[in-house]
Design a protein around this ligand. Structure first.
Ligand code: SAH
Length: 264
């Protein structure tokens, strides 16, 4: 039996699902680049393919648009019967990405197509690296997109994760179609966390147009207009704090607890 994550040459009749990380080429895993190099077909959203454009010469490239994920998955499978096919997602394909729908379509087809999944740096990690060390212990991620999950369910999840005081990473915080979901998330957070709780808004982490704002749960309303669909929002937990030096904000620290055990 071959498991989905197993590394093997990408050959005809094979499929790879590849995470392309946050954007800049240097944050893409070498294995992801190697697999793309071996592909006959590369399928993915045009924005994600831009950094690997130099690897696409001579390949069939299918640039798909958002909201057509099921068609994209079916198409990939169809082609993978006779070609080496790579389907890409931004960040990690298994985190609000293409991996699950491809696996579901494959499961339903009952076909025995070889599959490799190459992980990528997800937005939570990319954004955290720009904001200090806000996710040093347990944390949760919640997507505020209610395209596939009803808002009522998202609300329950928000209430649960904020109630235990761990840092929370909000993916898909805002878009034109759902401008109010971030406000709802902030209301849940404020029910459980003090106003001084650190918050990071990281837009376009590790790609062009990067911008990081560090603020607090109490003061974040003044910068909410800076949040868009290219932003990841990190709301600290009960132990998170802002690290300042000479009145400058250096980042967010969520201690892991070394101070309880060691002197430093
Ligand atoms: N599979 C992707 C997530 C897709 S959901 C991953 O693992 O990162 C899309 C959301 O991810 C965006 O709305 C935004 O919240 C976040 N995101 C993706 N790339 C980002 C980046 N470079 N900087 C900040 N946020 C990003």
């Amino acid at each position: 039996m071959t498991l989905p994550g197993e590394k093997r040459p990408l050959e005809k009749g094979n499929l790879a699902i590849v995470g392309l990380g946050p954007g800049h080429l240097e944050y893409i895993a070498p294995r992801a680049l190697a697999v793309i190099g071996l592909a006959d077909y590369v399928i993915g959203h045009a924005t994600y393919l831009r950094p690997v454009e130099h690897l696409l010469e001579g390949k069939e490239v299918i640039r798909s648009s958002m909201g057509k994920e099921v068609d994209r998955a079916k198409n990939a499978l169809e082609l993978a019967r006779s070609h080496a096919v790579v389907i890409v997602s931004g960040g990690d394909a298994g985190v609000y990405g293409m991996a699950s729908i491809v696996l579901e379509v494959l499961e339903r087809s009952g076909e025995n197509i070889d599959l490799e999944i190459v992980p990528g740096i997800t937005a939570a990690n990319a954004a955290a690296s720009r904001a200090g060390s806000p996710l040093s212990g347990d944390y949760a991620t919640i997507s505020l997109s209610n395209l596939l999950t009803p808002m009522e369910v998202i609300g329950k999840r928000l209430e649960a994760v904020f109630s235990v005081g761990i840092p929370v990473v909000l993916y898909n915080p805002k878009s034109r179609g759902r401008p109010h979901n971030l406000g709802i998330a902030i209301e849940h957070a404020r029910r459980h966390l003090p106003a001084k709780t650190p918050v990071a808004l990281v837009k376009n982490a590790l790609r062009d147009g990067e911008e990081t704002i560090i603020t607090t749960l109490g003061e974040m309303d003044t910068v909410l207009d800076r949040v868009d669909m290219h932003t990841t929002v990190i709301i600290g937990g009960t132990e998170s704090r802002i690290w300042r030096m000479n009145n400058n904000v250096r980042g967010i620290i969520t201690p892991r607890g070394y101070h309880n055990k060691y002197v430093y």
